[in-house]
Design a protein around this ligand. Structure first.
Ligand code: MSP
Length: 511
């Protein structure tokens, strides 16, 4: 039986159109999902939209629409973007769907039945942008920011249901120490541990001063706090409250991917809610870093928000995927700059991979009529390529297990560089001129066809469309075959087709 694997992205707020941050998490999740599926897992990959809460309500009001009109309009931009970016999600959840309403009501009831909900009064501050209750100290910090960067704060004093989060301080700390893999990377785990060690206060989990949310079961006038609502999406999609079918197969999740800003919600509140409801906890919450743009914080007021649609229109989705995963170690912050993107495209995609594929296939067409030859005995230099591939494949697998996308890509590109050097050293264009070197020429060109095949396997999770094109060029079925990963699988007598180049050089004026 196949092993199951469940990966999620955060569900994105529909108060705004998608930007590079949303694309980043989703592309990373897609890469893991494809890698797991190609290595024999049954994969469930969830993304979606977070459509309730004060922020959505206010944005809708400002724009003169109802919240559901806003959500219906913006959700399409996310769904379309995922199509454009080749995202292979299993499901797309919207928190305004009735299946979600049902799941949230149920988890609320379970937590309540466990004695963890009580009615009291909340008096304090609410940060609408982050949908978070904040302390006086945090308010002081916020007031130090320039006015235009301050999130909108609301002073509230209202009746509210509370969740006994304070009761979970010890159980959470125990869980972090018994399951060090629960929060990754390690430096993020340390931050969460110190936060929890600092003490947890009970959490307000309902609101009464607005209505755009899921009503608290059996309680007039209260809507469920949007984070309690949103986090539950990871269960809803699997069919919860039913505990059969997908729920049984895929819960607990293997990885929740989140940005560092929302780690606390996923690594403190969420496991506490689940413990209270008597449900198993996700295995890993992985927090990635934030992108700046050309050295500056990305913000609407600076007008530098990177629109993924524009990037894709200019460069194509594969280049966007490649750059985001290659440029920075997953977990750390990094900078999105056009110059760096252009230099990676020209240096790594055009000169590295693109050139290898086009010159190799060009020679098979020119010297061998476009048919993969039967290789005679392989010499030491070909064995070396085979060995290097096996080692690379092994390392790439372990990099992917650790979500070290940039390291995996840099190893794959070392392999590409090795094969490019092999072309230079063996100089097939010279061999082609000497009749007595005919057998040697066939060995070299077979090795190149085989290298293209294995590179397509290595890059598939990152660049699915490029992998597909490469496989088409060498006459293989476009679907990656998990069984055929060992070196040596290229069949002689297959017809190849060089076709168009995989990537085109970007010529910027200031280059
Ligand atoms: N709706 C909540 C998540 C609920 S999950 C149960 C939310 N939505 S969001 O749309 O505001 O943000 C989604 C993700 O985008 C977060 O993981 C956040 O870290 C990420 N990013 C927002 N700006 C970013 C960058 N500049 N760079 C990288 N990721 C960024 O939070």
């Amino acid at each position: 039986m196949k092993k199951q694997f469940y990966v999620t992205t955060p569900i994105y707020y529909v108060n705004d159109v998608p930007h590079i941050g949303h694309a980043y998490t989703t592309i990373a999740a897609d890469t893991i999902a494809r890698y797991k599926a190609a290595s024999g897992h049954e994969v469930y990959f969830l993304t979606g939209t977070d459509e309730h809460g004060r922020k959505i309500e206010q944005t809708a009001q400002t724009g003169g629409e109802t919240p559901i009109e806003l959500a219906d309009r913006v959700v399409v931009k996310f769904q379309d973007l995922w199509k454009v970016l080749g995202i292979s999600n299993t499901d797309f959840i919207r928190t305004t769907e009735s299946r979600h309403h049902e799941a949230v009501s149920e988890i609320w009831r379970l937590v309540e039945k466990n004695g963890d909900i009580y009615l009291d009064e909340y008096e304090g501050w609410y940060d609408v942008r982050n949908e978070a209750f904040i302390t006086e100290t945090q308010v002081e910090e916020i007031m130090k920011l320039p006015e235009k960067n301050r999130p909108r704060l609301e002073k509230i004093k209202e009746e509210s249901y509370f969740f006994r989060l304070s009761e979970y301080q010890e159980p959470l700390l125990r869980h972090y120490s018994e399951h060090p893999e629960f929060i990754k990377p390690d430096y993020r785990r340390n931050e969460v541990v110190s936060f929890v060690e600092g003490g947890l206060r009970d959490l307000s989990v309902s609101r009464t001063n607005f209505s755009w949310g899921i009503p608290v079961p059996d309680s007039e006038g209260h809507v469920v706090y949007v984070w309690f609502d949103a986090l539950t999406n990871y269960l809803t999609s699997l069919g919860f409250p039913r505990k059969t079918g997908d729920f049984e197969a895929f819960w607990p999740a293997d990885i929740h991917l989140v940005g560092k800003d929302i780690l606390r919600f996923h690594a403190v509140y969420w496991p506490a809610f689940l413990m209270s409801a008597g449900l198993p906890l996700p295995k890993t919450v992985f927090a990635h870093g934030w992108w700046t743009v050309e050295g500056e914080k990305m913000s609407k007021s600076l007008g530098n928000v990177v629109d993924p649609y524009q990037v894709v229109e200019e460069f194509g989705s594969e280049i966007f995927r490649y750059f985001l995963l290659r440029e920075i170690p997953f977990g750390q912050d990094g900078d999105y700059s056009r110059k760096s993107l252009v230099s990676r495209v020209n240096g790594e995609l055009v000169n590295g991979l693109g050139n290898l594929v086009s010159r190799s296939l060009g020679m098979i067409e020119r010297y061998l009529g476009g048919v993969v030859p039967e290789p005679a005995e392989l010499s030491e230099s070909e064995e070396k390529i085979g060995d290097f591939y096996r080692e690379t494949a092994q390392q790439v697998r372990s990099d992917l297990e650790e979500l070290a996308f940039n390291r995996a890509l840099s190893r794959i590109w070392e392999f590409i560089a090795l094969v490019n050097r092999y072309v230079d050293n063996t100089a097939p264009w010279k061999l082609a001129k000497q009749e007595e070197q005919r057998e040697r020429l066939k060995v070299v060109l077979w090795t190149l066809a085989e290298s293209i095949r294995v590179i397509s396997l290595l890059i598939y999770p990152f660049l699915p469309e490029t992998a597909r094109k490469m496989r088409e060029k060498i006459g293989l079925p476009t679907e990656v075959d998990a069984e055929d990963t060992d070196w040596g699988g290229t069949k002689p007598r297959t017809a190849i087709k060089k076709g168009e180049n995989l990537f085109s050089r970007i010529t910027d004026k200031d280059e």
